[in-house]
Write a protein that binds this ligand. Structure first.
Ligand code: CDP
Length: 228
């Protein structure tokens, strides 16, 4: 039986979440942003004052932290409530401090093993749009449709900068760009599950295409594959 999973990978702020949510809505699929899990473990470590370079402690947190994604209960622009061990941490997982540390936590093999297992359990139920860095290569290598969404670091930093301003948060473009570049570097050079397109992924450059158009392109691929 065809497991209807769409694997949507790409670097930071390449538009995966926006496009993924449009797709999930259109197809009636679950939208699952795996980056939330890496962010949740990073926030848990920062809050517990666990040193980010303590791989063993971070791995334990990945195994023990309870992460839940629920329908939104507050009308403040959120698409979901993100609960970490029962507490609402929807915006706390998006701070510059988490941005600056999440890629290092994501290099730890133990952290990846714990989170990958949870992601597969959900992916294998099918009818999921799963967004991340290694969905097509590691988490769901049998996904019938794999997309790798890309754009220049400058364009992606502009998008992230704008998101911050839209939320009424202070933002500095040069700082956002430098963190985007640093995360790209760590994410694509790590030993385990580095950021790269799967061999059979369709690569889409979203530099000058709107999210709406990217959505339509992927929807067409999904129809061709018999997923939509
Ligand atoms: O939203 P943004 O694209 O900035 O990042 P994210 O998708 O929330 O992911 C945050 C970080 O988690 C990434 O920079 C990766 O280091 C890590 N990640 C990963 O390693 N594997 C995934 N499947 C998803 C995220």
């Amino acid at each position: 039986m065809l497991v209807k999973t769409i694997a949507l990978d790409g670097p930071a702020a390449s538009g995966k979440s926006t496009v993924g949510q449009l797709l999930a809505q259109e197809l009636g699929f679950l939208f699952f942003d795996t980056g939330i899990m890496y962010r949740a473990v990073t926030l848990a470590a920062l809050e517990a004052e666990v040193p980010i370079d303590d791989e063993t402690a971070c791995t334990r947190l990945a195994e023990e932290t309870h992460i839940d994604v629920r329908p939104p209960t507050t009308d403040d622009g959120r698409t979901n409530d993100i609960l970490i061990n029962g507490a609402d941490k929807t915006w706390q997982i998006r701070t510059p401090e988490v941005d600056a540390n999440v890629s290092e936590v994501s290099t730890y093999p133990g952290v990846r093993a714990a989170l990958t297992q949870k992601q597969r359990e959900i992916g294998q139920r099918g009818e999921v749009v799963m967004v991340g860095r290694d969905i097509g290569t590691v988490v769901m290598p049998d996904a019938p449709l794999k997309i790798f969404l890309d754009a220049s670091a400058e364009e992606r930093a502009r998008r992230r900068y704008q998101e911050r301003l839209d939320r009424g948060e202070p933002a500095d473009y040069e700082e956002v760009l430098s963190i985007v570049r640093q995360r790209d570097q760590i994410d694509s050079t790590r030993d385990v599950a580095p950021l790269r397109p799967a061999e059979d992924a369709r690569i889409i450059d979203s530099e000058s295409i709107s999210a709406e158009d990217v959505f339509r392109i992927i929807l067409k691929f999904a129809q061709e594959k018999g997923i939509a």
